[in-house]
Design a protein around this ligand. Sequence first.
Ligand code: WT7
Length: 635
Amino acid sequence: MSYYQVKSLEQYFKHYNKSIREPRKFWDKIADENFTWYQKWDKVVEFDMQEADVKWFLNAKVNITKNCIDRHLAKRGNKTAIIFEPNDPKEEAQHITYNELYDRVAKMANVLREQGIKKGDRVCIYLPMIPELAIAVLACARIGAVHSVIFAGFSASAVTTRVNDSQCKMVITSDGAYRGNKSIDLKGIIDEALEKCPSVEKVLVVKRTNAEINMKTGRDLWLQPLLEAAIPNNVAEIMDAEDPLFILYTSGSTGKPKGMLHTTAGYMVFAAYTFKNIFNYEENDIYWCTADIGWITGHSYILYGPLLNGATTVIFEGVPSYPDFGRFWEVIDKHKVTQFYTAPTAIRSLAKENSEWVEKYDLSTLKVIGSVGEPINEEAWHWYNNHVGKKRCPIVDTWWQTETGGIMISPLPFITPTKPTYATFPLPGIQAVLMDEKRNEIEENQIVGSLCIKFPWPGMARTIWGDHQRFKETYFTAFPGKYFTGDGALRDEVGYYRITGRVDDVVIVSGHNLGTAPIEDAINEHPAVAESAIVGFPHDIKGNALYGFIILKEYGESRDRANLANEINQHISGHIGPIAKLDKIQFVSGLPKTRSGKIMRRILRKIAEGDFSNFGDTTTLLNPEIVEEIKNGRV
Ligand code: WT7
């Protein structure tokens, strides 16, 4: 019996029970039967959840790109691995076969080695959604370099922080990026960012927009000529199961971004297994995930998961609204997409437009449609179901995190009956539990608790780059011995989970995890600002939007408020990126603080939501009178 694919609800329960009773045997069999290894493991898992130390497939030797590419060549060499759909529909799509992908990754890997990159070195990738992004990621994995992809919407100073944190030796970028009708000067952003990044020795530049850019002698090199000179053959680096594969930054509620570190074998097994089951991928399917490779969704479900299964995966450079609101549906029609995976924020924004945009195209090839990034509200769920899935495609509402490496809770299509707003069952291998405030497991139904996972799974992050203590404190101390997700959830009578949202100070805007602290830090750097507090409030399209409460310095008091608000948003945009801009700004004379100096965010959240009914216990506030002022000044 194979555990790689669940084929019925009955089998789901069987596999699930097996995975709980004998997790080692369960994962051992999956890892053994579905991948190629240089050497198998001595032990399946070793862990200490108190110390946040987890290792999977100990002493196994593997290279993930051998599994993503080489092993498919005999059977699928001429099959399309990647379909590249450019930003501009008038530009021709590209079909990259597995054979061609092998050649291109091999060449890129050789270029990286020639340019001095060795196993263990960190390489920052700051590219638009073009084939070179996928190829650069895979080339790093090929030679054992640790890739750190930074979403190309991040600002120069966000890049500086991330590059310095992981001490990247190289940056791979492009002359520019197309996004809808705009073209963005990526290289200019990198030049600015690298002024403060002494660790970077080389910058490789892909030509995309043909924009005029500066090339710094001795540091910057055009990539194309190097690739043309490289040979299309490459011996993969032999990696230990626990060697780092990549770092991906995610925001927390406090402090600088966290460089989540994922390692090789466990991540590989988990990405492949979850992709296969959640998208019910079959040999001739065309799979499309609209995320950016700069987020974990793109890592696991545009690149690694699909390629590990020998799939055809679409890389889309554009945006849902360009040249018009039919773009997503046109791409599905054009490439005969069978699985479509997107975010609630995109669904909501397209649902607002005339439904003719979606009716205009043939979506009959679709089999499974998915959602990720934040809770999908009932209205959006029904629109997606009616207009895109035409009531015949199951919606997989997939709950997971950058930290989990892959999907944790989700319906299995054609197997788990779906229920709007419920992510339903945990996957086999995932021991989800809800905890109450007294740190006891909640056994009852319909009670919101803190969602924790009580046994390790192969895809989990192993640490925060350079700061294991923070990893342990953030995820493993609130509920000792368990991984704490930071999310609240409830369970219904059949055991379905519904994610209710974050229980901490993280705000999910348009499906992106925005830590409030880095935004506050950016605002506070503005010369007119003394202090600030950011909270999320519900927003029709973005899920949540940001509301900023700002105290001005004396110097700011005399300034025009509307101009200041604009300046502050420009400032945020420059420091973090446009996604972190505030929808509402209220200037206040003080913030509600406890005696220990902590801002009472729950009150600010209520005011931002316009709910003045119950602020809870305010007796611990140092300045209770401020609540009235803030309430009256709500914008
Ligand atoms: C947070 C993780 C996982 C890739 C994208 C975001 C929220 C994610 C769902 C969902 C309800 C969801 C959670 C989670 N979230 N998917 N299907 N239903 N909430 O990755 O940036 O690491 O954010 O996104 O709050 O903790 P991320």
